[in-house]
Design a binder for this molecule. Structure first.
Ligand code: ADP
Ligand code: MG
Length: 383
């Protein structure tokens, strides 16, 4: 058999190689728009940002003293390109996933700060999701007998999960495995493909299926979290002459476009909007609480408060290399949101994960072959 199944097979986990790795925090500043006149925030260099924290009544001579300087793993200024952002944040994760590690990259920040531009982009300036899939497929090209790649794409909107590759399937539930270690979305479609074109079509279709509701702040902003998951499984015989024992390594890459992190009051939410805002805040609040707890080294972290944190549990605390890309606008009108985003990113900078490679040796149990042999015998007698 080419693909090992867990049922009936004798699966033993080899001692994994593990290492401590700090969550990488990047900040991207989007360009100033024509209707935005004044900057309150700018990149000093590739690692530092200054936020001018004066209000309009402050006198200029006090200005410098009130400026706040932040430092991050990497800062992308207003002129950064999609390629640069992908190369620095995600291209290494793609290599890790091919080698059997888990990895997550997520875009955080208020509505209109550039999250969807970074993650999805447009056909002329493709974002991280498209570039990562391209690189993955390029790497496994002509090696289809060793590699299998599958992807899923889901949305969390109002604390409900929808399958963006099959929106007709309704709301889906989260299920934990018996040991409570890994979490699954029941009924989520997993599509196997190694064709870049096919995947582009699936992504575009999925993005059209995202729940997009206008808010007073940004008419085209999405109020939903979108999670693209790509699983790469590599299996080769432990010994070329012995196809009963396979060495399998599996890596998964999560790419997440979060909903806006701004406060509900600023978007003038009413009625449905308000309820929606409350849910979005619940998910992001839960994420913020987890980040607070993890960065402070807390022994207990509550992931159960929202679907988002339940799904991100492994990325934040477990066996996963994680990159956060915080997004900010340089405009003075967004100063408060920018400050909140930078503080949040600053805390995330202190999170450390324990990274292990997922390698399994799968031996097929002899009894499985007895079954196969007797089935073949049956077939022969029927002929
Ligand atoms: P968000 O997803 O955070 O709400 P968007 O990605 O939709 O924000 O960005 C808002 C607007 O700003 C869009 O029109 C987008 O094309 C533009 N934009 C965002 N970031 C950039 C950037 N780095 N370069 C050029 N345009 C950008
Ligand atoms: Mg968006």
């Amino acid at each position: 058999p080419e693909t090992p199944s867990s049922s009936g097979s004798d699966t033993s986990i080899r001692p994994p190689m593990s290492a401590e790795e700090r969550l990488m925090v990047a900040v991207r500043i989007r360009p100033l728009k024509p209707d935005e006149t004044t900057r309150a925030l700018y990149a000093v260099d590739k690692k530092h940002i200054i936020l001018e924290d004066t209000d309009k009544f402050d006198v200029t001579r006090q200005k410098r003293a009130l400026d706040k300087r932040y430092s991050f793993d990497v800062v992308f200024g207003e002129n950064s390109t999609q390629e640069e952002v992908y190369e620095v944040t995600t291209s290494r994760l793609v290599k890790d996933v091919l080698n059997g590690y888990n990895a997550t990259v997520f875009a955080y920040g208020p509505t209109g700060a550039g999250k969807t531009h970074t993650m999805v982009g447009d056909p002329n300036q493709p974002g991280i999701m498209v570039r990562a899939l391209n690189d993955l497929f390029e790497a496994v090209k002509d090696k289809e007998d060793e590699y299998s790649v599958s992807m899923s794409y889901l949305e969390i909107y109002n604390e409900q999960i929808r399958d963006l590759l099959n929106p007709q399937s309704g709301y889906l539930e989260l299920r934990e495995d018996a040991r409570g270690k890994s979490i699954q979305v029941a009924g989520l479609s997993e599509i196997s493909t190694t064709s870049t074109e096919e995947v582009m079509q699936l992504l575009q279709k999925g993005n059209k299926a995202r729940t997009i509701e206008p808010t007073a702040m940004n008419r085209t902003s999405s109020r939903s979290h979108a999670l693209l998951s790509v699983t790469v499984r590599h299996s080769v015989p432990v010994d070329k002459k012995d196809h009963l024992r396979m060495r399998v390594r599996q890596g998964r890459l999560f790419m997440i476009d979060l909903a806006g992190s701004e406060r509900a009051n600023k978007t003038k939410n009413r009625g449905k909007r308000l309820q929606e805002g409350a849910h979005i805040n619940r998910s992001l609040l839960a994420l913020g609480n987890c980040i607070n707890a993890l960065s402070g080294g807390a022994r207990y972290v509550n992931y159960r408060d929202s679907k988002l944190t339940r799904l991100l549990k492994e990325a934040l605390s477990g066996n996963c290399k994680t990159v956060m890309i915080a997004h900010v606008s340089p405009s003075i009108a967004q100063k408060d949101e920018s400050r909140n985003t930078l503080l949040y990113a600053d805390r995330a900078n202190n999170i450390t994960n324990k990274i292990e490679r997922n390698v399994l040796d799968v031996s097929y149990h002899v009894s499985q072959y007895h079954t196969v042999i007797s089935e073949l015998k049956d077939e022969i007698t029927r002929l």
